[in-house]
Design a protein around this ligand. Structure first.
Ligand code: FMN
Length: 218
């Protein structure tokens, strides 16, 4: 939290007084001018499971979160990612070495949920192969959680819509990363029980996918 707040103060998003004891980090406005063409982003999209350990800059965090599921039509509160019935059921959590944050699209900010490095829960249930441990080396991991209660109906179709909504948010991240030269991979792997316990999720909230994000290894 401390480094993110310091970065927010350095970027002029918060005053030092606001940053004192704050549990919310205001992000800089997303940069709408960066990136390649959509066709180049599609041509370059690839799953990458290794990256540099360097922490993401506040500007890159801001842009990737906005690309994932930010508000792109403020007058209506609508998002970069479509959602079934516009229920906006996907919440984005950010895991870093410092803590876990909830992205608040309406304020383009990060709210601290849990202090400390909790990326371990995203590696998956413990297994001898530990094949998914690579996720812990990514400086940022975006987790997509659907709140099924926002559909105000139940059944298998609702769960499918939630999964589709998460897939779209994940693809926004993949295309953004391809467009600006960041590394990512969509992942369904995680220790769901541990994620639920850590974030205090209700029975209606389902962690579905995550995208680790980092800079290419030099
Ligand atoms: C829904 C979904 C779940 C995935 N889960 C994982 C995962 O848990 N771990 C992983 O390493 N890759 C995961 N992947 C990445 C795929 O393995 C990868 O997309 C596939 O091998 C094709 O490679 P490409 O993305 O480079 O085209 C997942 C992809 C999708 C679409």
């Amino acid at each position: 939290m401390k480094n993110l707040l310091l970065a927010a103060v350095a970027a002029g998003c918060m005053t030092p007084a606001e940053a004192q004891d704050a549990r919310e980090v205001r992000l800089p406005a997303p940069d709408m001018s960066r990136g390649t063409t959509v066709m180049q982003a599609l041509a370059g999209r690839v799953s990458t499971r290794e990256c540099s350990p360097e922490a993401l800059s506040l500007a890159d965090l801001s842009d990737v979160l906005w690309a994932a599921n930010g508000v792109n039509r403020p007058e209506e509160g609508r998002r970069t990612a479509p959602s079934a019935l516009n229920r906006q059921d996907i919440d984005v959590y950010l895991f870093t070495a410092e803590g876990v944050y909830l992205y608040v699209p309406s304020r383009h900010s990060l709210r601290l949920v849990v202090d400390g490095d909790r990326r371990e829960v995203l590696a998956g249930p413990p297994s001898p192969a530990r094949a998914q441990d690579f996720v812990k080396a990514f400086p940022a991991v975006l987790l997509f959680v659907s709140d099924l209660s926002r559909f105000e109906m139940e059944g298998e179709r609702v769960r499918l819509m939630a999964a589709m909504d998460a897939g779209i948010v994940s693809q926004n991240v993949s295309l953004f990363c391809s467009s600006v030269g960041l590394c990512t991979v969509p992942r369904a792997s995680m220790d769901e029980a541990a994620v639920r316990a850590l974030l205090g999720l209700s029975v209606h909230e389902v962690p579905l996918l995550n995208n680790p994000v980092g800079y290419p290894r030099k």
